[in-house]
Design a binder for this molecule. Sequence first.
Ligand code: SF4
Length: 390
Amino acid sequence: MKEAVAGELAAAYDSAIVDRVRANDFRHESGRLTVHLAREFGFCYGVDRAVDYAYQARRRFPGRHVFLTGEIIHNPHVNDRLRGAGIRFLSDAGERADLLGADDVVILPAFGVTVSDMAQLSSQGCTLVDTTCGSVLNVWKNVVRYAQDGFTSIIHGKVKHEETRATASQALKYPNGRYLIVLDHEEAAIVCSYIRSGGDRDAFLARVAGTVSPGFDPDRDLTRIGCANQTTMLMTESLAIGEMFRDAMRERYGEAALASHFRAFDTICSATQERQDAVIALLAEQPLDLMLVVGGYNSSNTCNLACICNEKVRTYHIAEPECLISADEVRYRPVSVPCSAGGIQEIAHGWLPTSGPVAVGLTAGASTPNNIVGEVIRKLAAFCGPEMAA
Ligand code: SF4
């Protein structure tokens, strides 16, 4: 059904403005405004495919109820459009996954679902449309191999994120499979310290409660570990955390035995890496007055782009064009608010310089479609000078 939905997708998510900016060396100039667009931004291959499959599923099964297990991607605009197209969300109030049956179609999102959710939906006879991204499947493959070989998966990720929960569940496919999830350096340091020198086992277990597999025993389960990560984490942080664990295992077991106690592989997806690299290049190449990062507040890769930008220039992470309330007022998620905290927003005044040339950097997370990016550019242009064509 790909061709059948191509026009509908283009009408919903493409942007002539973005096409023009891209053709103009990722730059838009109007009046005193210059917008510098990152060279990689917006929809990644996995999200593109997931949204495409959702529209195809709606067409393919016209007489049947079509469900999503939850948000297909972390973008409110895209999710609302899918609701508008008649796709129901099992995460919405009143929906019951346990009541689904053979007549129902269920779309699994790009970041995948847990092994138990998949098994339940299959056992109920639902038709499954699996849009799990290939990059996520690659992580799962490695985590399953760790479990098979008796290694505990150390997952750098957000414990409540759907992808991390799904990845962790893969570790439990084998009886001896174990996992431990770490969010950041601080949490990794606590685990590394236990690896090096042990400590109070109960205090350690209390500290990692909720982030480990059932029955986790640090004295048994931290002797052979393999690193993996949520695909959308900050690449530099994931690599640094991997090195922390490598160093800890080397100290504990010695260089000669390291290979039988420690494994690692890079599971940041290429789309995430390209978007992070592009924004780092933009910040290095262009003097900017401010940076706008567009994407859902619960989108991990968008939050990480905002973190990178905020270290160099005043940055506003906005969920949608409507957040640009006026040339004076912007509604945004402060970078200090954790991504998992959801929709906490603040209002800032005087965000856009009121006179003289203004250079705005712009990027968007992997779940943000071009029409949203285009609308942000159009609003910026309207605040700084003449209206531009749609
Ligand atoms: S961010 Fe990466 S892993 Fe996630 S859907 Fe996009 S390409 Fe796939």
